[in-house]
Design a protein around this ligand. Structure first.
Ligand SMILES: Cc1ncc(COP(=O)(O)O)c(C=O)c1O
Length: 429
């Protein structure tokens, strides 16, 4: 971030910013491109940097902070559960894990859950499920979509339909192929005798906020039934009520004939599930729920009493405060505001996409003020928004994403739109 002269921090604070930066330069592996911002604390939908400057956080830790920052219910659940039991391993039963599995099954459909520590691990579990499912017939292949994102493990990058995550890490784990998203005919053509499963995101996130069409989802279900394949949905980013329903496929298929009966065979979850406490999970539909039998899959930390107590409390707050409805209402409000900005500045904003509180807008190509050799226009705009006091997340070259807390208020949404329009209006200057 360029230093704003009017808000120049006193030297002692400036030193703190530089000291933290220096620690990273010296000691942290530089695998991330980071914004020039050292954050110190947060409250609700706002974050504060070490200079004391306040930012409206519409990135939500990349769709993680479902209840915003420093929510008292999360603090309370952490304190309460950690004073009883933090961890015991999966050699034993604990009540919070059982209760959370029950809650997730109630929200998706008849089946069972496994708990992991991240989204990539949740997807790994589903990849293993697919291999186990196809094993006796020699089937192992999983088809995913172009522009998808499924995590950074070796299988995750092989599954991801974007070359940039694979580069330098070849040879890829075998058995993954990609076909264009929302293109049922391509998917049908890609199926081979070795195919065991299809995995897609209900709304592609990293790929630029692109929802699946209802026809695609229903078509994939029919195709998987016909060819005896597992239909796996990656709900890591688009799940957990972000769309206005627990899973995005439930929202996309609302009111669509046949939609109410739709169920995938596996769903991965993470991010908003733990609201910032690292955890992941995957659900498997009833007929396949016992395929991963004792000894076939595991993790030391997954489903700890602490993680599950936090996730259960988040589900309670979402229910008590009607946050699914809030995601719809505030999402619609934000979406209309973005569409108005796109109408006012068609030379800068090409399209607005998404649903609920998972929204993205695509920049027009060739915006002269965002053309800097070696830099993505989306990142350059995100930096300018940061200077204005607004945090958003780039998705690829030209898309910016809004993934705010599910309890974002209308006032905060209005503030965000005003800041956004102010910065976009100046793109020609
Ligand atoms: C759709 C999707 N799947 C998987 C992942 C990987 O999750 P994690 O970073 O928790 O491993 C992400 C992360 O952004 C994601 O967006």
């Amino acid at each position: 971030m360029k230093e704003n002269v009017s808000q120049s921090p006193p030297p002692i604070v400036r030193n703190r910013f530089e000291r933290v930066r220096e620690l990273f330069t010296k000691h942290v592996i530089p695998s991330y491109g980071r914004f020039e911002l050292v954050l110190s604390h947060g409250v609700g939908s706002h974050l504060f940097d070490v200079n004391g400057r306040r930012y409206l956080d519409l990135g939500g830790g990349i769709a993680v902070c479902s209840l915003g920052h420093a929510h008292p219910a999360i603090t309370e659940a952490l304190v309460e559960q950690s004073s009883k039991l933090v961890h015991v391993s999966n050699l034993y039963y604990t009540e919070p894990q059982g209760r959370l599995a029950e809650a997730l099954v109630d929200l998706i459909g008849p089946g069972k859950c496994f708990f992991s520590n991240s989204g990539a691990e949740a997807n790994e579990g589903l990849f293993k499920l697919a291999r186990k499912f196809g094993h006796d017939e020699g089937r192992f292949e999983i088809i995913t979509a172009t522009n998808s994102f499924h995590g950074r493990t070796l299988a995750g990058i092989a599954a991801t339909g974007q070359d940039k995550v694979k580069k330098g890490f070849e040879p890829m784990v075998s058995g993954f192929r990609h076909v264009p998203y929302n293109d049922l005919a391509s998917m049908r053509r890609a199926i081979s005798p070795a195919t065991a499963a299809i995995m897609i995101e209900g709304i592609q996130g990293e790929g630029g906020v692109t929802p699946a069409t209802p026809e695609y989802l229903l078509g994939l279900r029919a195709l998987c039934d016909e060819k005896k394949l597992l239909l796996l949905m990656d709900g890591v980013q688009c799940g957990h009520f972000r769309s206005g329903r627990f899973q995005s496929f439930q929202r996309i298929l609302e009111g669509v004939p046949g939609g109410e009966k739709f169920l995938p065979d596996g769903v991965s979850m993470a991010k908003s599930l733990g609201g910032g406490f690292p955890m992941g999970a995957f659900w498997v539909r009833a007929p396949y729920a016992d395929l991963l039998s004792a000894g076939t899959h595991g993790t030391t930390y997954g489903g700890s009493p602490l993680a599950c107590a936090v996730a259960l409390r988040i589900l309670d707050v979402i229910d008590e405060e009607k946050l699914a409805e809030n995601a719809r209402l505030i999402g619609d409000f934000l979406c209309e505001g973005l569409e108005q900005i796109a109408k006012n500045y068609p030379q800068y904003v090409k399209t607005v996409r998404g649903m609920g509180l998972m929204l993205g807008f695509e920049l027009a190509p060739d915006i002269a003020s965002l053309a800097v050799e070696g830099k993505m226009p989306s990142s350059l705009l995100a930096s300018r928004l940061q200077e204005e006091g607004l945090l958003v997340i780039p998705a690829g070259q030209n898309v910016l994403r809004l993934l705010p807390p599910l309890n974002l208020s209308r006032g905060d949404a209005e503030e965000g739109l005003i800041m956004l329009e102010r910065v976009i209006a100046k793109l020609g200057a």
